[in-house]
Design a protein around this ligand. Structure first.
Ligand SMILES: [Zn+2]
Length: 65
Protein backbone atom coordinates (compact mmCIF):
# COMPACT_ATOMS: atom_id res chain seq x y z
CA UNK A 1 0.00 0.00 0.00
CA UNK A 2 1.45 3.30 -1.03
CA UNK A 3 1.72 6.11 1.40
CA UNK A 4 -0.83 8.79 0.57
CA UNK A 5 -2.12 11.94 2.19
CA UNK A 6 -5.14 9.85 3.22
CA UNK A 7 -2.80 7.41 4.97
CA UNK A 8 -1.23 10.28 6.90
CA UNK A 9 -4.61 11.54 8.02
CA UNK A 10 -6.08 8.12 8.78
CA UNK A 11 -3.18 7.09 10.96
CA UNK A 12 -2.71 10.60 12.34
CA UNK A 13 0.93 10.67 11.39
CA UNK A 14 2.74 13.54 13.05
CA UNK A 15 6.28 14.77 13.18
CA UNK A 16 8.13 12.85 15.90
CA UNK A 17 10.45 15.79 16.44
CA UNK A 18 7.95 18.59 17.07
CA UNK A 19 4.54 16.81 16.90
CA UNK A 20 3.67 19.10 14.03
CA UNK A 21 1.47 18.40 11.05
CA UNK A 22 3.05 16.51 8.17
CA UNK A 23 2.15 16.31 4.50
CA UNK A 24 3.15 13.97 1.72
CA UNK A 25 5.56 15.51 -0.73
CA UNK A 26 4.13 15.97 -4.21
CA UNK A 27 6.42 13.34 -5.69
CA UNK A 28 5.69 10.91 -2.86
CA UNK A 29 9.36 10.62 -1.97
CA UNK A 30 8.95 11.79 1.58
CA UNK A 31 6.77 13.18 4.31
CA UNK A 32 7.39 16.77 5.20
CA UNK A 33 6.73 18.52 8.49
CA UNK A 34 5.12 21.91 8.08
CA UNK A 35 6.48 23.10 11.40
CA UNK A 36 10.17 22.22 11.45
CA UNK A 37 10.62 21.40 7.73
CA UNK A 38 12.06 17.99 8.40
CA UNK A 39 11.47 15.55 5.57
CA UNK A 40 11.09 11.90 6.51
CA UNK A 41 11.97 9.46 3.76
CA UNK A 42 9.53 6.90 2.37
CA UNK A 43 11.21 3.63 1.50
CA UNK A 44 9.37 0.70 -0.05
CA UNK A 45 6.10 2.48 0.74
CA UNK A 46 7.02 2.62 4.40
CA UNK A 47 7.48 6.04 5.95
CA UNK A 48 10.48 6.31 8.24
CA UNK A 49 9.16 8.64 10.90
CA UNK A 50 12.47 8.73 12.71
CA UNK A 51 14.15 11.99 13.66
CA UNK A 52 17.60 10.62 12.86
CA UNK A 53 16.46 9.69 9.34
CA UNK A 54 15.01 13.07 8.54
CA UNK A 55 16.60 15.71 6.41
CA UNK A 56 15.82 19.38 6.77
CA UNK A 57 14.80 21.25 3.66
CA UNK A 58 16.32 24.65 3.84
CA UNK A 59 14.27 26.75 1.53
CA UNK A 60 14.92 29.63 3.85
CA UNK A 61 17.80 30.36 6.18
CA UNK A 62 17.41 28.63 9.50
CA UNK A 63 16.56 30.78 12.44
CA UNK A 64 17.76 29.93 15.85
CA UNK A 65 15.31 29.95 18.71
ZN1 LIG B 1 8.42 18.82 12.87
Amino acid sequence: MAVTQEFIETFKVICPACKGKVVLKEDGSGIKCLECRRVYPVRNDIPAMIVEEATIEDEEPQKTG
